[in-house]
Design a protein around this ligand. Structure first.
Ligand SMILES: [Zn+2]
Length: 208
């Protein structure tokens, strides 16, 4: 009986989080953070399970059936083909207290990197830049979806946490020439951090 109750509870929890992913995907798409099939979104359900947008889904027009369930080993439990960045998400959950992760290809941050060859938000002479630059780590240019990228993210997350303990709860990694991955305790805060960093990139572009 208890087991059945637990299963029902887990099912309800997964359904609630799937709906939250659909909502946040649409919101971020409206902000231009998820053009076409770019990026992915995940939520950690418990120590064994994670849900993540399936491969090739449009984040602005998600339905719950576009979100897959995977276990902590990276095995698909339910749903369509897993996102190629699933292991990157799993590695972040492994080393942080994150409950939600958003991976985007933000146009202004990318433009800044293309223009200046590097993203150096801490050099911006505004208060917010100092505040947010210290939660941002970096990895070099590596093939999207590769194991090399997922393990470089693990290293970068651990380095970032050593430098700033708060990033165990809220942080982001810039994937060079590719995009941003932000984590937080919930989806709203993961999106907020993405917006903050993209906003700083906009200021940098406007002012240079
Ligand atoms: Zn990507």
């Amino acid at each position: 009986m208890l087991n059945r109750k637990n299963k029902l509870f887990a099912k309800k929890k997964i359904s609630t989080y799937k709906n939250q992913i659909c909502t946040i995907g649409h919101l971020a798409w409206q902000e231009g953070l998820f053009p076409a099939y770019n990026g992915n979104i995940s939520v950690k359900i418990d120590d064994d399970l994670m849900i993540i947008t399936s491969s090739g889904t449009a984040k602005g027009k998600l339905s719950p059936s576009d979100i897959s369930i995977m276990d902590k080993s990276g095995k698909l439990i339910e749903g369509n083909k897993l996102s190629t960045e699933s292991f990157l998400h799993l590695n972040i959950y492994k080393y942080t207290n994150a409950k939600s992760i958003i991976h985007t290809h933000p146009a202004k941050l990318l433009a800044l990197e293309v223009k200046n060859k590097a993203i150096e938000l801490s050099k911006l002479p505004i208060y917010e830049a100092k505040m947010w630059a210290c939660v941002l780590g970096f990895v070099p240019m590596l093939e999207p979806g590769s194991i090399e990228l997922a393990s470089a993210v693990s290293n970068s997350v651990n380095n970032l946490i050593n430098l700033n303990k708060n990033t165990i709860n809220l942080g982001a990694i810039w994937l060079s020439n590719h995009g941003l991955v932000s984590w937080a305790h919930d989806l709203n805060n993961a999106l907020n951090l993405t917006e903050e960093l993209e906003h700083l990139a906009e200021i940098d572009l406007f002012s240079s």
